[in-house]
Design a protein around this ligand. Structure first.
Ligand SMILES: [Zn+2]
Length: 327
């Protein structure tokens, strides 16, 4: 699927808004493209920028002509990109940008374009310098600014730009993308339930720590299925030493909450997420009575991890809670 098709199918509002601005000749001189971590902000900015210069635009870039290809290859002369994800944007970067756009355009389209990607990675001086630049728009200069965190930008920058918001990926698309990156279907399903973007899921899913903690969760549940005290025993003797730091404990609770959601789904006759553990979950769904309150207890514990408390006690408490509920 070309990026144009992706935008047309999955980001219809952005696609239509921009296309109708071009058609009506009502382009803004500065756009702010925003979205969650992992959203294709830079790709969108590049595609929209290209749409301004493609001679075959319909009204968005054809992605095939010589101009589009030259742009993709970085050979469009009147274009600058500052990438805040590669390095923080400094005042001198903005000043250089400003100086560059004092030149007369050398390309036939007469359009000069810049992209500032992940503008939140800059300091106050840079933002102020950019604001000044935005306050004096030049006729043929177009800006595409992107951000994953608009709260870090100045309100005056927000008010000087037209906003285009990318929607998060749908669950099925996310799982598919993660699988394409080599993560197993099971892990893709578990992790897409916990995180909203491809990069985070792929980086967690391919880490040794994740596999280790996931196994700890299922081993605890395996013990739980036999006997609740055995689960507590397993946790204390085999798991707690690996769950000392908050990051690991959080991941343990996240996967555990996923599992309990599935056990609850089985009791409610709803489809489950972690298909590979269906057998284990089935028997837990038969054994455990108060699954929804256990699930709530896990979520409550998850919130407490952020506070500075004894992690071991918190985790043990979940299984003591289950044990007490059985009496
Ligand atoms: Zn083209």
């Amino acid at each position: 699927m070309s990026f144009k098709e992706y935008l047309k199918n999955n980001q219809r509002i952005v696609y239509n808004t921009f296309a109708s601005s071009i058609k009506a000749n009502r382009l803004s001189h500065a756009y702010l493209i925003k979205g969650n971590e992992g959203a294709p902000l830079l790709e969108t900015a590049l595609f929209l920028a290209k749409s301004l210069i493609c001679p075959h635009a319909d009204p968005l870039a054809c992605e095939e002509c010589l101009t589009c290809i030259r742009f993709d290859e970085g050979n469009y002369a009147d274009f600058k990109l500052l990438n805040g994800q590669e390095k923080n944007i400094k005042v001198s970067d903005i000043e250089e940008l400003q100086a560059f756009f004092q030149n007369t355009p050398s390309e036939k389209s007469k359009k000069m374009i810049y992209i500032i990607h992940a503008l939140e990675n800059s300091n106050k001086e840079s933002l102020n310098a950019l604001l000044k630049f935005l306050e004096e728009p030049q006729e043929n200069v177009y800006a595409f600014i992107t951000t994953y965190n608009e709260e870090k930008l100045l309100p005056t920058i927000l008010s000087r730009t037209q906003h285009l918001k990318l929607l998060p990926l749908k669950k099925g698309e996310l799982i598919q993308k993660v699988e394409n990156e080599g993560i197993s279907k099971d892990d893709a399903e578990i992790l897409s339930n916990l995180y909203g973007n491809v990069e985070t899921i792929v980086s967690i899913g391919s880490s040794k720590t994740y596999i280790e903690i996931k196994n700890l969760v299922f081993d605890t549940l395996d013990a739980l299925q036999k006997d609740t005290k055995e689960a507590l025993f397993f946790l204390e003797n085999n798991a707690l030493n690996k769950l000392k730091d908050k990051v690991n404990a959080r991941l343990y609770l996240d996967i555990l909450s996923c599992a309990f959601k599935d056990i609850l789904n089985i009791q409610l006759n709803l489809p489950i997420i972690i298909e590979s553990q269906k057998y284990l979950f089935d028997s837990l769904a038969k054994k455990l009575k108060n699954v929804d309150s256990i699930y709530k207890e896990i979520m409550l514990t998850r919130g407490k991890i952020e506070l500075n408390v004894n992690i071991a006690l918190l985790l043990e408490h979940i299984f003591i809670y289950i044990y007490e509920g059985e009496k």
